[in-house]
Write a protein that binds this ligand. Structure first.
Ligand SMILES: Nc1ncnc2c1ncn2[C@@H]1O[C@H](COP(=O)(O)OP(=O)(O)OP(=O)(O)O)[C@@H](O)[C@H]1O
Length: 271
């Protein structure tokens, strides 16, 4: 199984958003796609899902240009979770998660036992079963994000592309979601998640892909998040440590370049 972007250029609104991006993904790995605001991460994820046609280059899924496949064939193999992707109308949570099974629908069939099993599994794994009967608009942002993750997991696709799946979650559910995404990858799915939390990305992901100003600037294991990379691409310095189990960790600490305005006065200056 393979999913790859080859020399992809994307222009939106008359400007280059992605330039010459080449990225080969592998099954069974958890990739953290990181980069500052506006770097092009969402656009790259949408391109990998076949939702944005490249101006130059292409995306290849298992040897076939992605855009040659039908929408259903793509949706069966690539599950996506995008920001704000609710149903658009008040829907019960269980029914929203069930939408994940749509790409598998048979000509005249409703949900069968395997669909129900996939939905139940996805809801259990995301801790959403207890609000299955609620209407989606009544959920908090974090609850909604877990439901969207459940919908994406219910597809049980070979690839899972998730745009900021943990941003709205409380710390416990962030840890749960990162653990879950790692498990999903370990079970064979190729997982790509856009993450702004570099500490969690470095701790849980097998591979980090760094985008900066529309270009792929680094790609490798979490060690690529060097002080220099963090300063050059993210404009920050970090504190580093080692957990008792030997796992290294980083903690964003200061801006390495001057802030846009003099906001320093508002920050605690203990060190
Ligand atoms: N439809 C569009 N028309 C014009 N410009 C766009 C369009 N969509 C995105 N852009 C621009 O493309 C750039 C990349 O956007 P994208 O959403 O991919 O970035 P991102 O890395 O996901 O950012 P963030 O971390 O803020 O979510 C941004 O400068 C954005 O303003």
């Amino acid at each position: 199984m393979s999913l790859a972007a080859e020399s992809v250029d994307i222009r939106l609104g008359g400007r280059a958003v992605l330039t010459d991006v080449t990225l080969a993904l592998e099954p069974g790995r958890f990739v953290g796609l990181v980069g500052p605001n506006g770097a092009g991460k969402t656009t790259l994820l949408r391109t990998l899902a076949g939702l944005v046609p490249p101006r130059r280059g292409r995306v290849i899924l298992d040897g076939t240009p992605l855009l040659d496949l039908s929408r259903d064939a793509r949706a069966k193999r690539i599950a996506v979770l995008f920001q704000g992707a609710g149903a658009g109308w008040p829907m019960r949570v269980r029914d929203l998660v069930a939408l994940g099974r749509l790409p598998h629908r048979r000509a005249f069939g409703g949900l069968d036992a395997s669909d129900h099993a996939a939905i139940a599994r996805a809801m259990a794994r995301t801790d959403t079963a207890h609000f299955a009967e609620r209407l989606e608009p009544t959920l908090s942002s974090g609850e909604r994000m877990r439901v969207l993750l459940a919908r994406a997991l219910a597809v049980e696709a070979a690839w899972l592309l998730a745009d900021e799946p943990i941003t709205a979650l409380d710390p416990a559910h962030q840890l749960d979601a990162m653990t879950l995404l790692r498990r999903v990858a370990l079970a064979g799915t190729g997982v790509v998640a856009i993450l702004h939390d570099l500490a969690l990305a470095a701790r849980f992901c097998d591979r980090i892909v760094v985008l900066g100003a529309g270009r792929l600037v680094d790609d490798g294991d979490p060690d690529i998040l060097t002080d220099r990379r963090l300063a050059e691409t993210f404009g920050i310095t970090v504190r580093r440590g080692v957990a008792p189990d030997g796992t290294p960790y980083i903690l964003p600490w200061h801006r390495s370049d001057p802030p846009p305005e003099d906001i320093d006065a508002a920050l605690p200056q203990r060190s």
